[in-house]
Every structure is written in C-alpha cells, then in structure tokens.
Design a protein around this ligand. Structure first.
Ligand code: AMP
Length: 427
C-alpha cells in the first residue's frame, strides 16, 4: 500500500453511530425550529470575504485570525464561511425577503463552518452549526423571547436535562457608547501591560477585552465597570421583562454582566448555554440580538436575533443513555436480507428486491462470494427480520428464513409479484 492519506487536522469523518446521532440531533432541532414557524435556508459554503469583514467585524477573532481563504487565482476574494449569520442576512437581502408582508422572517440552518483554530477537544477547524435567525424591522420582545426559548428548549430536548443559561444585556446604542467610554477610561492606565490583542481591541471594540483569555487581563477584568450600571431605563425595562419571562417559564439563568460574545455585531440581549455536567466543553452555543448587520452589508434597516449550537459539542455532551435511545429510534434494521448461492444467477433477486423496496421495505444483500454461514451472520448484524436464500438445492424456490425464530419456509419463484405480496404480508 502506498502512503495512507489522512483527514486534515481539526476535521472529523462522520460515519456509523456518530452519523446517526448527528442526523438525529439535527432532525430533533429542525422539528423544533419548524414548530416556531421557521423555514430552512442554506447559503453557500463560501462567500465573499468582505461579507464577514463587514458583517461580523474586523476586531473579532474569527475574522482577524481564523478565516480560511480560498485561492481563486486572483479572480475573487472568497473565504469558507466561519459562521452563518452574515450569510443568512445576505441571503435575505439578495432574495428580498425583507419585503415580505410576513414579518418576522424566521429561518434555521445546519451545516459546516470553518475556522483556523488550534484543534483540541470541542475545538475543530471544520465543525457544524445548527442555528436560527429571526429578522424584522424592529425585534420586539415576543420575537426575542421566542428565539431565547427555542434556544434553551432545543438544547434541553436534545440532551434531556436542565442546562445552564447565561444572559446579558448590551443595551441600546447610547448605553453601549456610555459603557465603552467608561471601559476605555478604566483600561487606559493599564494598556501598556495588556496583551497585544487587547491593545488592538481597545481601539477597535473595547467591549471585546472582557472576552480576553489571558490570565493577567482576566484578573484586571474583575474590576472593570459593569454594563448593567450603564443601561438606560428603557434597556433595564427590557432586561427585566426577559428575566420575568424566564422566571415564569421556570428556566433557570444567570445574569452575567461580563458576557459580551466573540463577534462584533451584538447589541441588546446576548446569551450562551452550558451543560453543567460538561463545563470543560465551553459554550454549547451562543447567540443574541444585532442591530446593524443588515445595513452594514447593504440591506435595509432591519434588526435580527439568532443563535447557533455547535453540533459537535452537543454530541460530546450526549449521555450514554440518550445516545442509546436515539440510536434505537434511528434503527436501520433490515426487513429482508438476500443471499444468492446459485451457480447460475438470474435477475429474480434484483427484481424481487426492487418490488419490496417500492413497497417501502428495507432490503440488503451479501456479496456473491460469501458462504451461507457468513451471509447469515451479516444478516444478523444488520438486524434483518428474514433472510431470503436462493440456492441450487431448491431450484425454482426461495427459502424464507425467520431470523428471530430460526424457522424456515419456502415459496415458488414463478410469479415474483405474488412472492413480493406474500413477503410484504410477513412484515
Ligand atoms: P460562535 O459562532 O463563536 O458563537 O460559536 C457558536 C458555537 O459553535 C459555540 O458555542 C460552540 O458550540 C461552537 N463552536 C465554536 N467554535 C468551535 C470550534 N472551533 N470547534 C467546534 N465547535 C465550535
């Protein structure tokens, strides 16, 4: 064998049970998003670089450090998408969804995103996000709450237990400006000792310093002013309404004034979800409200609110019990398993299988070279209910072996339609 080519660092191959679990989580979340009136959307996997530079913001790590650029021979400046929100907003502008009389626009998505990060547990270079975006001229309380509740309930349903919700309110433009000024005044005397990233953030988006992972800066952040002290009365009222709704819904949460989220576009409500049993995984997902994104990328003056879960982190957090339950529901047990041992083959098994599958039944088969005992073992491994054996000891007939009871019957091959009918009746 020549050199084995392996997958790139920070990527995953999905197959077997992991693939089934992925599909099952996606299907669970999709059903839930549909029940909130959302429809599925799928922007392309690559987009123009400036969509993310303008949409997500230059000071965010994902744009400044982590984008996967594509070499398109200088024709266009494209990158693999590092997130969905900017693409979904671009799609809404290009397809004039904003002109719809039916607002808010509600969309959900699921697919791969790419970030050039240092791979480690729960941190990949290609990973998958499931998320929603709700867009409207003005995001009202009902839409915000719908989004937040869907976010919490989705995670709760998939993992089957209570999760830890962290929320914060970044306030209106004016509150944030006042707060940014207070932060700048606070950091100014310490700036020369802070990390180079924070020195850049100080000018580009000072809020993001609160997100810094460097120990010394984290220590300093403990004494930083809090956004909650800078909210205007109307912001405070909005936050109180959200808190009251969460209380009334019995959804536990923690108000974390340090939560600013990694992307530049957030305003108003922001939130993250953690699994108390897997805190080392980091956030299972995050989201929040944004004010200027659509305008920033050439669209109308719309607002949005959305979230995304990291699919891989949800899968890592699944308990063994949940996994088994999901796999049970996703069972691919075969109805029939074909074994053709005859020296001279004809097309009857193929025609029969086609007929059975047209009736919605699941039919698999072994390769010709397998002996009967090996083929029956394979039939068992695929949880087949019946094996259909064609051999030279029973010319013109098929043996129908009940794999549970280990009993056997036979049936003539003259009329395949009649045989198919008989077999359908067994299931
Ligand atoms: P973000 O778009 O950065 O808010 O990320 C949303 C969610 O995607 C996070 O909460 C994680 O669950 C997941 N995520 C972000 N980055 C990665 C990564 N490098 N590998 C795996 N999952 C990630």
């Amino acid at each position: 064998m020549s050199d084995i080519i392996v997958k790139p660092r920070g990527t995953l191959d999905y197959l077997g049970d992991e693939m089934k679990l992925y599909d099952s989580v996606q299907s669970e979340l999709s059903k839930m998003a549909v029940s909130y009136g959302a429809i599925k959307a799928e922007p392309p996997i690559f987009e123009e670089t400036r969509l993310f530079v303008r949409g997500v913001g230059e000071s965010s790590d994902i744009v400044s450090k982590e984008m996967f650029g594509l070499n398109t021979k200088g024709e266009h400046d494209y990158v693999l998408r590092p997130e969905f929100t900017a693409g979904i907003n671009r799609l809404s502008i290009e397809n004039k969804l904003y002109a719809s009389p039916d607002l808010p626009i509600k969309m959900f998505y699921c697919g791969p995103v790419f970030r050039f990060e240092r791979p480690q547990k729960g941190r990949l270079r290609e990973f998958n996000q499931f998320g929603v975006e709700f867009l409207d001229k003005k995001i009202d309380l009902l839409t915000s709450l719908d989004c937040l509740i869907l976010y919490y309930r989705g995670g709760e349903k998939v993992l089957g237990r209570d999760l830890k919700l962290r929320i914060n309110y970044l306030g209106s433009f004016q509150s944030r400006e006042n707060y940014k000024k207070a932060l700048k005044d606070f950091y100014a005397p310490h700036l020369s000792q802070m990390c180079p990233d924070c020195q850049r953030r100080y000018n580009e988006n000072v809020l993001r310093i609160l997100d810094c992972k460097v120990e010394e800066d984290k220590e300093l952040n403990k004494d930083a002013p809090l956004i909650t002290d800078y909210l205007l009365p109307e912001d405070k009222m909005q936050l109180e309404q959200v808190e009251r709704a969460l209380d009334e819904l019995n959804i536990g949460y923690e108000l974390d004034p340090m939560l600013v989220r990694g992307l530049d576009y957030y305003t108003g409500l922001v939130f993250e979800l953690y699994d108390p049993m897997n805190m080392d995984l980091g956030a299972l997902g995050g989201g929040g409200q944004y004010g200027n994104l659509m305008k920033e990328i050439g669209g109308p003056d719309f607002e949005g609110i959305g979230f995304s879960y990291g699919m891989e982190r949800l899968l890592l957090a699944l308990s063994l019990e949940r996994k088994n339950k999901m796999l049970e529901e996703e069972t691919t047990a075969m109805d029939f398993f074909l074994i053709d041992l005859r020296a001279d083959k004809d097309n009857k098994p193929v025609i029969l299988a086609d007929e059975l599958r047209s009736n919605g039944l699941k039919v698999a088969s072994s390769s010709y070279g397998k002996a009967l005992s090996g083929a029956l073992k394979m039939a068992d491994r695929l949880h087949s209910r019946y094996s259909l054996i064609f051999d030279d000891y029973n010319p013109g007939k098929v043996l129908i072996k009940n794999m549970n009871k280990r009993t056997q019957d036979e049936y003539g091959l003259e009329d395949i339609d009649k045989l198919a009918n008989h077999l359908c009746g067994l299931i």
